[in-house]
Design a protein around this ligand. Sequence first.
Ligand code: PGA
Length: 259
Amino acid sequence: MRIVILESAQAVSHRAADIMCELLNDKPNAVLGLATGGTPLATYDELVVRYNQQEVSFAQATSFNLDEYVDMSPEHAQSYHTFMRENLFRHIDIDASNCHLPDGASDNHWRACEHYEQLIDQAGGIDLQLLGIGTDGHIAFNEPGSSLASRTRLKALTEQTRRDNARFFDSLEDVPRLAITMGIGTILEAHDIVLLATGAGKAGAVRAFVEGPVTAQVPASALQMHPNVTVLLDEDAASWLVRTDYYRQVEAVQRSLET
Ligand code: PGA
């Protein structure tokens, strides 16, 4: 894993946008894996800025989001469909018919999960998957204990995740208990993965997945098995890591090789 420690959350979002724009400029019909939550918001804002400055186009791109709440209509204010529409899709030139999220409102959840996997396959797989991380170490809604080989499926949210997400709802009671999520096995098939973590609240989860063992108890630790993962951290999220001097040294060498 390439561990990149940056001076601020803003620098994290700029670096993430750099990586996404570079991909789209090389491969305009790239397949993007997108994430919701507080962390990627600044990256989406930066992508909109760059789109408005005509530095990037999404006209030929396809996207797949990681997850969606179950039994919530796509029009619901807190659905991830709405989140993506309001925070990214409606501000850029991506074709709405190429933007995919799991169908949490389907009357056959099992079919909806299988169909989502098929759509990803038909698109040729995900070129670049953007990820956040939960305070419990989850990626997408793969909560601790998720099989490291899991595919898109229904998952019950932990109480910790429900409490973390309650800030987006009127009350904790309103936070859904179930979601459809890409599995860890699905995520690991992406060609490249960029995980973003900012703020001191993520320091424990970051330490566990970067420097701890690979374990289903810390779903993000499965990323240690993937050959192309970049972890973008601000100083606070990196503050519990032990080997930071080495990561900074490697990053300096890497940057000099790239320029
Ligand atoms: P956050 O969520 O970006 O809102 O902290 C991350 C996650 O739960 O994956």
